[in-house]
Design a protein around this ligand. Structure first.
Ligand code: PLP
Ligand code: TYF
Length: 392
């Protein structure tokens, strides 16, 4: 038997739990205030049009739906970006953000050969290690999370990145760091980008939560700074699973930036070769939904509004949770308001997490990671009381 996925395995346990007051703060999925996975109105409108039109179901090109990849480039780099004007970006549609990571890893491994090494934040999303290790990379950790302050060990991060061999691939979370919720600010990003350039490192940005903290452009700060940095090559994997609430449709994209238009064309040919030998071409439906929303000014505005509602609900749940815990006399959880996105490293120990599950039917990861996007006005009080109790 292969070991199960620690996050998805916990959801299986949660689903099998008969207690009616159960709460799943394990998996990273956004719920609305009724505890349901939202179906965005903008997405529904495109889907209804697709049903009406009943177009033929041919294969997509290897690199995906052109309207989808073009719209993706504008979201990542910004409309009017110099990288896009110069034709330096090769973007392909992938099977979710995970597929983007894997296609990117396979392609880089083929190019870099035995030297292929990836530096990963400590900690990081578990699947990062699995994907790059399986693709044949050597993995190195760089310091990131500072447990005593529940914040960023920025000095340690710079020191570790500064010691990497030139050519090392550096995986960076664009925003809403999974699992900690601890992000860099714009000034810190500028320093990291300068260091990556000086040390000739290859940036690989994973952006799975664009729009979930500050907004579409602010959350893309790392990508925009890299684009303006003069660094010739970098990679972006992005996912729409969260920002369109389209988890099961597997919508993501992989972008390789080259020195110029010619290099971008060579990069595209290499990525297509990797995809062809893997799954041949991506699935059409989810890409049509995203492209339909982003291609219509009205639906795009509606989507941005729905995305804003999601991030504002998360901010409100963070604030409400912190306030309730303070009112219950729990130790200070104020740092949760400083963390970004769906996750928070709560600082709860494995024993406290076990007690939450066994005594209160509240599921969290043994690392103490909780998904704050699963808190609702209906379960907030219950969860805060249980957390305060296991902290006593
Ligand atoms: N990258 C990070 C940091 C994630 O948290 C996730 C999780 O969903 C992904 C990538 C993968 O996204 P997808 O579900 O689109 O494969
Ligand atoms: O970290 C999470 O919870 C999300 C969802 O193998 C997820 O990224 C978790 C595990 C996994 C795939 C997606």
């Amino acid at each position: 038997m292969a070991p199960g996925d620690p996050i998805l395995g916990l959801t299986e346990k949660y689903l099998a739990d008969p207690r009616s007051n159960k709460v799943n703060l394990g998996v990273g999925v956004y719920s609305d205030d009724q505890g349901r996975l939202p179906v965005l109105k903008a997405v529904q409108q495109v889907e209804q049009a697709l049903v009406r039109d009943q177009s033929p179901r041919g294969y997509l090109p290897i690199d995906g739906l052109p309207a989808y990849t073009a719209a993706t480039q504008k979201l990542l780099f910004g409309a009017g970006s110099a990288v896009l004007e110069a034709g330096r970006a090769a973007t392909v549609q992938t099977i979710g953000g995970s597929g983007a990571l894997r296609v990117g890893a396979d392609m880089l491994k083929q190019v870099l050969g035995d030297k292929a090494t990836l530096a990963i934040s400590n900690p990081s999303w578990g699947n990062h290690h699995a994907v790059f290790r399986t693709a044949g990379f050597k993995l190195i950790d760089y310091r990131y999370y500072d447990a005593p302050t529940r914040g960023l060990d920025f000095a340690g991060m710079l020191e570790d990145l500064g010691k990497l061999e030139p050519g090392t691939v550096v995986l960076l979370h664009a925003c809403c760091h999974n699992p900690t919720g601890v992000d860099l600010d714009a000034t810190q990003w500028a320093q990291v980008v300068a260091l990556l350039k000086e040390r000739n490192l290859l940036p690989f940005v994973d952006m799975a939560y664009q729009g979930f903290d500050k907004g579409i452009d602010a959350d893309a700060t790392a990508v925009r700074l890299l684009a303006d940095s003069g660094i010739e090559n970098f990679v972006v994997a992005n996912s729409y699973s969260k920002s369109f609430s389209l988890y099961g449709e597997r919508v993501g994209a992989l972008s390789f930036v080259g020195a110029d238009r010619d290099e971008a064309a060579r990069l595209r040919s290499k990525i297509k070769q990797t995809i062809r030998a893997n799954y041949s071409s991506p699935a059409a439906h989810g890409a049509k939904l995203v492209a339909g929303v982003l291609g219509s000014p009205e639906l795009r505005t509606l989507w941005e509004q729905e995305l804003r509602e999601m991030r504002e609900r998360i901010h409100a749940m963070r604030a409400g949770f912190v306030d309730k815990l303070a009112a219950l006399g729990a130790p200070d959880f104020g740092f949760i308001n400083q963390q970004a996105g769906m996750f928070s490293y709560s600082g709860l120990s494995k024993e406290q997490v076990d007690r939450l599950r066994e005594e209160h039917a509240i599921y969290a990861l043994s690392s103490g990671r909780i998904c704050v996007a699963a808190l609702t006005t209906g379960n907030l009080d219950y969860v805060a009381r249980a957390v305060a109790e296991v902290c006593r």
